[in-house]
Design a protein around this ligand. Structure first.
Ligand SMILES: C[S@@+](CC[C@H](N)C(=O)[O-])C[C@H]1O[C@@H](n2cnc3c(N)ncnc32)[C@H](O)[C@@H]1O
Ligand code: SF4
Ligand code: SF4
Length: 345
């Protein structure tokens, strides 16, 4: 199974052309709704009321605006995106335009994967610990077992990774999640929890977090299927523990709320509050007139969707190989990417 389709190459070309004319978003994230079937302690979104959601036609209008702006990767999330009945239609439209990914808590995955698999380039299933620890953080008993059953149902059909959020309660268990990923034969990606004003304050802190990040980096270097780059871990440790900031480029990632409104300057600082619908904005003009300067040294969050593109450098042969050449070669070879290789049950 190839990780990358021709749409990836077309998208890359679109992003490069847009970027040559100034700042342009390359990645977009979109919450399809806020409603959720779980109640995670660190998450503010399930606590929000949904307004009228976008129809499929309005989702398409949003996608066309994103493509015009230069976006090549579109990731869907929420709330719980699998609660939307029209998800297959939305993903099908995205799949024609973008490299398409989805993040789910996995509860409904086993029942819905047949309808979704044809339109996904990458799927993330959230798992924050093993068994009871995950269930406690997610607020609903049985959520660990449902997520693992979902992963087992998807393996071999869609490139798949566990998405794990590091909180002050599960910092010591990150290695167990890596081990689970290894046993299941999937990738794993980590993010550090951010303290949103309307959720429980679960962000990990202090030397203990540093230890977790350094242990994850060591595991990655020893061959564990951790998807973050080496630079992701070293940049967070350098900034938060050694006073050497990374240069954040929030303009490389655009987030769009469930009503199609752009979230500026970024997901975290605005706590996902949107302003103007993306189809009412000349994104290229806005991106090149907006004052991004104050955010360059912000370094408040370590969300990979902002940090990884911020760290990308055309002068780094390793980054060019890992993020551009390997996916292209895997497409040409029609062979799977090693970190996402599937193993049979
Ligand atoms: C908001 S959820 C939406 C998708 C789906 N409901 C899920 O849980 O996978 C997307 C990701 O955000 C993570 N997340 C939740 N609260 C967070 C926080 N306070 N800081 C960082 N990530 C968080 C979740 O663990 C999940 O992996
Ligand atoms: S993190 Fe995901 S599963 Fe948990 S409450 Fe938030 S939206 Fe729902
Ligand atoms: S580091 Fe700051 S500016 Fe950059 S994405 Fe995180 S919160 Fe936003």
């Amino acid at each position: 199974m190839a990780l990358v389709r021709p749409v990836f190459l077309r998208g890359l070309w679109r992003s490069m052309r847009a970027g040559a004319g100034g700042k342009a978003p390359v990645i977009a994230g979109h919450k399809l709704l806020y409603r959720c079937n779980l109640e995670c302690s660190m998450c503010p979104f399930w606590r929000r009321e949904d307004e009228q959601l976008l129809s499929v036609d309005e989702e398409v209008r949003m996608m066309d605006s994103l493509a015009r702006a230069g976006v090549s990767f579109l990731g869907f999330e929420g709330g719980e995106p699998l609660l939307r009945r029209d998800l297959p239609e939305i993903l099908a439209e995205s799949h024609e335009r973008f490299h398409t990914s989805l993040v789910t808590n996995g509860w409904l995955l086993r029942n819905r994967i047949d309808d979704l698999a044809p339109y996904l380039d990458l799927l993330f299933v959230s798992l924050d610990g093993i068994g009871a620890l995950h269930d406690r953080l997610r607020g609903i008993p049985g959520s660990f077992d449902r997520a693992v059953a979902g992963i087992r149902a998807v393996r071999g059909r869609v490139p798949l990774a566990i998405s794990s959020t590091i909180t002050r309660e599960n910092m010591d268990d990150a290695e167990k999640v890596v081990e689970l990923a290894r046993r299941l034969g999937v990738g794993v990606t980590f993010q550090v929890a951010y303290n949103y004003s309307t959720a429980d304050r679960m962000a990990p802190e202090g030397q203990k977090l540093r230890g977790t990040l350094e242990r994850l980096l060591a595991l990655k270097e020893a061959g564990a299927p951790i998807l973050e780059s080496r630079e992701y871990f070293t940049s967070v440790v350098d900034s938060w523990y050694r006073g050497i900031p990374w240069r954040c480029k929030p303009w490389m990632t655009m987030n769009v709320d469930p009503q199609g409104r752009i979230v500026l300057p970024c997901y975290t600082l605005r706590e996902y509050g949107g302003d103007t619908p993306v189809w009412d904005v000349d994104v290229r003009a806005l991106w090149n007139s907006y004052d991004w300067g104050p955010y360059e040294r912000c370094n408040k969050c370590a969300l990979a969707c902002y940090l990884e593109p911020s760290l990308f450098r055309w002068t780094s042969p390793t980054m060019i190989r890992e993020r551009i050449l390997d996916p292209i070669i895997s497409y040409l070879d029609a062979s799977p990417t090693p970190a996402l290789t599937m193993v049979p049950t």
